[in-house]
Write a protein that binds this ligand. Structure first.
Ligand code: DWN
Ligand code: ZN
Length: 419
């Protein structure tokens, strides 16, 4: 492990140095206090859920924003990890486009190997296989791995580490294309993970990595994407330095709308920076996104959002509204807990993922129910927690809207949407 840690409890440790550069000067920039685990759904209706500190610090040396505390990955991504990528059409469509564009741009030989780190239920590698590539997934969560295998995607049930990368390279299994979506920010050993990518990348290969973009988090007040699973909040400036330190070149980056705004990074062994990358880096420098300054004002905007949303819910309740939640997203756990929205405010949270039904949202203990309950219980409003899937969900709930139902969008400012 390349990160210096000081244990604070059995399953939680504090970093004593930056995950990216090892610098020891870490400035506190945003603090949500103690929060339950965002994906820690359980069937326990009463007993309080464990909560851990959730504080963002910024490295004075390299500008990398990161959590001060690391909850053990075995706790965060346990065998009952409930996230299945294929539940969201937007996620699958983005993966299909990503693969098609990569194949067209980098032209891997037919039968060349595509590896995906955190391959989940095979939502991306299915497309790589259909494009004529050999595929190998790696994921630590048992349920999604079983789903991927059932779909015929060879998948290792493991965390991706430097050691695993060496093992694969030793077997001659190196990737012409390596995909890693929404996983770099999740790993505690950031530098070891990047070294593993370097090891498992074939000569001339390209790693295509998606991470939520700090710019979008700040611009759209996406504070609820700050949770224990997300250890880093990346600017491009910090990413370029991170890869360079481990002998890789971040050569190109593209902004994409997925998950509230992400970066798709193109990483290779040889340096060949694109004009697009240079322009994005210049913009970060000009706007201070490469420094702790990026977070200035966020806490105030979140407090304002909290007041606005609480006032809206109270006003609607006073008018006789019956409000449900839609989508038991990880980010929803943070929004509900930080804003103190619970059983007194919402009927339940409806979700399409059957693995979450019968469980409770951590902390606030709202029950999670199938989406069919919307038609049965006929709430007047639905608070949309996975606001990142707004277009898909509004379209899917056309009948609810047509019958006079309304969605409440919580960020960047609370608004009510009618059909
Ligand atoms: O990085 C991470 C991201 C990518 O995914 C994680 N660590 C965990 C997860 O975060 P999330 O749970 O906030 O992701 P989503 O995709 O915003 O969650 C959507 C939730 O909403 C899921 O529980 C599925 C549900 N859903 C639904 O009920 N109906 C989603 C869609 C699109 C729908 O139509
Ligand atoms: Zn640093």
């Amino acid at each position: 492990m390349s990160v210096a840690l000081r244990p604070v409890a059995a399953d939680c440790a504090e970093i004593v140095a930056c995950r990216g550069c090892g610098g020891r000067e870490l400035a506190s920039v945003f603090d949500l206090g103690r929060m339950p685990l965002s994906d820690g759904f359980t069937a326990e209706a009463v007993r309080p859920d464990p909560a851990w500190p959730l504080e963002v610090v910024s490295c004075v040396g390299c500008g990398l924003a990161q959590l001060r505390h690391t909850v053990a990955p075995e706790v965060l991504f346990a065998d009952d990890y409930p996230y299945f990528s294929s539940v969201s059409r937007t996620v699958v469509d983005n993966a299909a486009r990503n693969v098609a564009e990569a194949v067209a741009r980098f032209r891997p030989a037919p039968g060349a190997l595509a590896i995906e780190l955190a391959s989940n239920d095979g939502y991306l590698l299915r497309h790589a296989r259909d494009a004529g590539l050999a595929v190998l997934g790696i994921d630590p969560a048992r349920g999604p791995v079983a789903a991927a295998r059932a779909a015929g995607i060879e998948t290792l049930h493991a965390f991706f580490t430097e050691e695993l990368a060496q093992h694969l390279a030793g077997q001659g299994r190196r990737a012409a294309l390596l995909f890693a979506n929404n996983v770099l920010a999740h790993v505690a050993d950031t530098r070891g993970f990047v070294r593993g990518i370097r090891t498992v990348l074939a000569p001339g290969g390209t790693a295509i990595i998606e991470v939520p973009y700090l710019r979008d988090l700040i611009d759209h007040v996406e504070f609820d994407t700050i949770y224990h699973e997300h250890l880093c909040y990346f600017s491009l400036t910090a990413l370029v330095a991170l890869f360079a330190r481990e002998g890789l070149a971040l050569n190109d980056a593209q902004r994409i709308p997925i998950h509230g705004g992400s970066l798709r990074l193109f990483v290779q062994r040889e340096a060949a920076p694109s004009p697009r990358l240079a322009a994005l880096l210049a913009q970060e420098r000009a706007e201070g996104l490469d420094r702790a300054d990026a977070f200035r004002g966020l806490a105030g905007r979140v407090a304002e959002l909290r007041r606005g949303l609480r006032a809206l819910l109270d006003r609607l309740a006073a008018q006789g509204a019956r409000i449900g939640g839609y989508g038991a997203a990880a980010k929803g756990t943070i929004l509900l807990n930080h804003f103190g929205i619970g059983r007194g405010d919402l009927l339940w949270v409806a979700d399409r993922n059957p693995h979450k039904h019968g469980l409770f949202v951590p902390g606030v203990k709202l029950p999670i129910v199938p989406v069919e309950r919307i038609a049965e219980d006929r709430p007047t409003h639905l608070l949309l927690l996975p606001w990142n899937h707004r277009a898909e969900i509004l379209q899917q709930q056309a009948a609810f809207l047509a019958a006079g139902g309304r969605f409440i969008l919580p960020i960047p400012e609370p608004v009510v949407v009618e059909g």
